[in-house]
Design a protein around this ligand. Sequence first.
Ligand code: MN
Length: 181
Amino acid sequence: MPLKEYRRKRDFETTPEPRGRVARTGAVRHFVIHKHDATHLHYDLRLEIGGVYASWAVPKGPSMNPADKRLAVAVEDHPIEYGEFEGIIPAGYGVGTVMQWDTGVFTVVGDKSAEEQLEEGEIRIVMLGKKLKGGFTLVHTKGKNWLFLKKRDEYADPDWAQEAPKVSKSVKTGRTMKQIR
Ligand code: MN
């Protein structure tokens, strides 16, 4: 059921994106962040919750600087298989270039599960990615809008720059957006 909206938006005859299915979630949860050059360049934050990737579009991209408050707009759930995707969506919904910008695992902070935290609108996690590390909070504000915030910890980087060479390339293939295109 959680993938109904994802499938409704796509024609799997014409897109290389996976059709996907709901996965079983173990103790280790995965996350992926795609950089997606569609109508507007944005980043898609995807957290493994409820056997799918709960997803948010982050227009300015994630930041390791705790001073940044990044808007994250809730979008449709994606299948876990989607985490491996990098390439071109040639036509239809989401047409454009997709880069695997970061991948890794995360754990939930506190006694509540990620599913409960999502439901309640405040997700507190520790991420172990190649680029994103340490504590983060996703807070629901209004409607589909959330804020994605870096916690102050030893990984925080006040000089974080989104287009720095080490930050801007694919963690899967080392390619830039231009090279993928
Ligand atoms: Mn997107």
